[in-house]
Design a protein around this ligand. Structure first.
Ligand code: RP5
Length: 181
């Protein structure tokens, strides 16, 4: 079972002993119903070996806890926050208003508006409160962007990103070669 941090957040790579790495990325979401959308991104973070913590912080249901998490993240060594939310998706923007860290919002397709509501809620931030926004349900790109940000300061993560890009390129070229006549 994945252990819990001091605030109840789940931490990957944390085996409850002193060897556990401190999380560099905080992945949070408005509801546990967003978790399936985040799975692809969490798999990427695991693949790259980037330690992350996982939590639920709702802008509407747990506003005080959300603000506390935003206040404390940088001091805990977190470098990037990924925040997923659907519908009136205020979570990424509200976190961004309170933390100096980069925040990447993942718009979740959660209502009859097919994620357009979430996308517009996250992308249309007022000047001064930047919030990076990936495509609807695209937690893969949120994780890759977070790794690129961390990789700007950690050469080993940047090297893994370069390898990932080269492998992706090779895979497409091989597929094309199979189709070409
Ligand atoms: C948002 O409302 C959450 O991020 C979720 O995408 C959506 C629906 O939440 P639940 O009603 O499923 O908990 O706050």
């Amino acid at each position: 079972a994945t252990p819990k941090s001091k605030h109840g957040a789940l931490v990957n790579g944390d085996h409850g002993d002193d060897t556990a790495e401190k999380p560099l990325v905080l992945v949070t979401m408005g509801s546990d119903s967003d978790l399936p959308v985040l799975k692809a991104g969490l798999d990427i973070l695991k693949e790259f070996g980037v330690p992350y913590s996982l939590d639920i912080t709702s802008a509407h249901r747990t506003p005080k806890y959300m603000m506390r998490i935003a206040d404390e993240a940088a001091g805990k060594g977190i470098k990037v926050i990924i925040a997923a939310a659907g519908g009136a998706a205020h979570l990424p923007g509200m976190l961004s208003s309170e933390t100096p860290l980069p925040v990447i919002g993942v718009p979740v397709k959660a209502t009859h508006l097919d994620g357009m509501d979430s996308l517009l809620s996250i992308v249309q931030m007022p000047r001064g409160v930047p919030t990076a926004t990936v495509g609807i349900n695209n937690s893969t790109n949120a994780a890759l962007l977070a790794i690129r940000i961390v990789g700007a300061f950690v050469p080993s993560y940047q090297a893994k990103m370069r390898k990932y890009q080269l492998e992706m390129e090779e895979a497409v070229i091989i597929k094309g070669a199979r189709l070409r006549i």
